[in-house]
Design a protein. Structure first.
Length: 579
């Protein structure tokens, strides 16, 4: 029946996007979307209302973005599987939420449609943190002041009322000017924070929940975003369109042409008996309910704030909520310490032999800046190729091949400008080296040379492989004597040596970062190593002999027994005092 409906819809509305009717489940079997919902009421009072259900779903699950963002997902997993893996798309979120809402007695539906970029990507960095929203406090009525007939009259005020009015006028003008400046600053700040235009506006697919009025004393219809757990009115501007709506009993499609607006039109509905849900019984253990978040914690980035939530008893100090507030947005960025993410590292250049001041890493780029070097190098930009795996001496690590290395140099006053290198670029795949010299005072174009490296050969054949056609360039002073072949060859040999040295320096930088990460990882392991205090008595040897290992075992067990005896003695002494 669903396939027949899909064919008729595609025939009658060929310009519309294909509907989400029968995606495959986690087992690769096609299932109708309505049968993916299973009405479930769990034995937790928190899940008896829509606020608790929405909050639980948004906290318990981790989002997997749709790829591509303008297409419906090919797979719609069962709520049981989603709760087990704690991961899913926005459609999986809404399926779990609607199953809980239906079990709680709400007239809930899953909605398939379109929304804004921020809502689809779960981007709350431009929203205020709910904990920082000012709470409206009721105004307390002041008591009316009563005056007695024969009370002592206050002394007469001898201050000038005119001066008082002038002072109040100056204060009001200053306050108005300050308010105007504040509003202007807020306007400029909003302009800066305004997101760039989204090229996929109106095309990003999203799924959310719809709750109709009637059941559970719901006064009006409203939407629930399952990613954040927040409710919205049905006219909210973040929701851009609806393709279809379904619950566990039926499926509805929006057939209107909304080019010139939508009307309140509805065809006569034909009801049919929906098959029962194929989903297993939804169950959430008390341990999972208490753990709440994936891994026991969740981090949400808000505007000028970061909210961290922890499961009870996860941290030793009992912390469950941590709010970090930032003063402004100028120095606020979200650090992503994951592989192949952008990172910036600052160094004390005067304490390093290479003068490195800053290193910025991106997925396929690395930029280094230097200070006070004897060779006047101040900038190096590296572009990497596709990563390859290298195995050396029994260890395997990921080595990224170099594609382009660009270096820039400050002016060396001891050399003429036409002989002082300003920039050199090593293009490894093309086997080319380009050298640009500093600009002379009375010139507008610098001199440059471009070398093509000869192919690998024996040392005795390199001179023979080099030809003048491998060098091209521009010489500013036409009256100057051009370079002969021997000079060009010697320059090429020198540049090839520099290229090898530059590659070694880049590999040293990568090794330095890798060793820093390994050191940090070893430090973390030492903090969790229970045998570390006992190994310190032996001088932290790299390898233990059999006798040392047995001694380490004996010392550890002895220390453990001593701690148990101390606890036993403490308990007995407290019992004796109490009795």
């Amino acid at each position: 029946m669903a396939e027949n409906f899909r064919q008729q819809y595609a025939l009658l509305y060929p310009d519309n996007k294909p509907l989400l009717l029968c995606p495959v489940n986690e087992c690769g079997v096609q299932k109708f979307v309505s049968t993916t919902l299973r009405s479930t009421l769990l034995p937790y009072p928190e899940l008896y209302g829509w606020e608790g259900c929405a909050s639980f779903v948004s906290d318990y699950l981790s989002l997997e973005l749709l790829d591509p963002p303008f297409e419906f997902p090919k797979q719609l997993s069962s709520p049981t599987w989603v709760l087990q893996t704690q991961r899913g798309t926005c459609f999986d979120f809404s399926s779990v939420l609607c199953s809980l809402l239906l079990g709680a007695g709400y007239n809930a539906y899953c909605v398939s449609g379109y929304a804004t970029k921020e809502m689809c990507l779960l981007d709350q960095s431009r929203q205020e943190c709910p904990l920082l929203e000012p709470q409206i406090q009721g105004k307390t009525k002041g008591q009316k002041k009563t005056t007695r007939k024969y009370s002592v009259k206050p002394t007469r005020d001898l201050h000038s009322t005119f001066e008082k009015r002038q002072e109040e006028k100056r204060h009001s003008e200053a306050k108005a000017a300050a308010l105007k400046e504040q509003l202007e600053a807020e306007r400029i700040q909003k302009e800066k924070e305004r997101p760039p235009p989204d090229p996929l506006l109106g095309l990003r697919v999203h799924s959310w929940a719809l709750v109709l009025s009637g059941n559970r004393e719901v006064p009006e219809n409203f939407f629930i975003d399952p990613l954040t757990g927040k409710s919205y009115s049905t006219t909210n501007e973040n929701f851009l369109g609806i393709e279809s709506v379904w619950n566990h009993k039926n499926y509805w499609v929006n057939k209107q042409d909304c080019t010139f607006g939508c009307k309140e039109e509805m065809d006569e509905l034909k009801m049919f008996e929906m098959p029962p849900s194929w989903v297993k019984e939804i169950d959430i253990s008390p341990q999972d309910m208490e753990m709440r978040y994936p891994g026991g914690m969740k981090v949400i980035q808000y505007r000028k704030a970061k909210l961290e939530k922890f499961a009870p008893y996860l941290l030793k100090d009992g912390l469950v909520t941590k709010l970090t507030i930032y003063k402004d947005l100028d120095y606020h960025r979200y650090a992503t310490l994951v592989p192949e993410a952008e990172r910036q590292m600052d160094f004390y250049s005067h304490t390093r032999t290479d003068g490195l001041a800053r290193r910025i890493e991106k997925p396929f780029e690395m930029t280094e800046t230097f200070e006070d070097r004897t060779d006047f190098l101040f900038y190096r930009h590296v572009v990497y190729g596709k990563q390859i795996k290298v195995i050396r001496a029994g260890e395997a690590f990921q080595q990224r091949p170099l594609r382009t290395v660009e270096e820039r140099f400050h002016r060396d006053p001891s050399k003429p400008a036409g002989k002082d290198v300003a920039e050199r670029i090593f293009m490894m795949p093309d086997r080319q080296i380009r050298v640009t010299y500093h600009l002379e005072d009375d010139r507008i174009i610098p001199a440059w040379l471009n070398f093509i490296k000869p192919k690998e050969a024996a040392d005795s054949q390199k001179a023979e492989a080099f030809t003048p056609q491998m060098v091209s360039g521009f010489q500013v002073d036409r009256s100057a004597k051009p370079y002969n072949n021997l000079q060009l060859y010697e320059m090429l040999v020198e540049l090839m040596k520099d290229e090898e040295n530059v590659e070694l320096q880049i590999r040293d930088s990568e090794k330095e970062e890798r060793m820093a990460k390994e050191k940090q990882q070893r430090q973390k392991e030492k903090e969790l190593d229970l045998l570390s205090p006992f190994q310190a008595r032996l001088g932290h040897p790299e390898a233990l002999t059999l006798q040392e290992a047995l001694q380490l075992k004996t010392d550890c067990l002895t220390e453990f027994k001593q701690q148990l005896n101390n606890k036993t003695s403490l308990i007995q002494s407290r019992i004796a005092k109490a009795s």
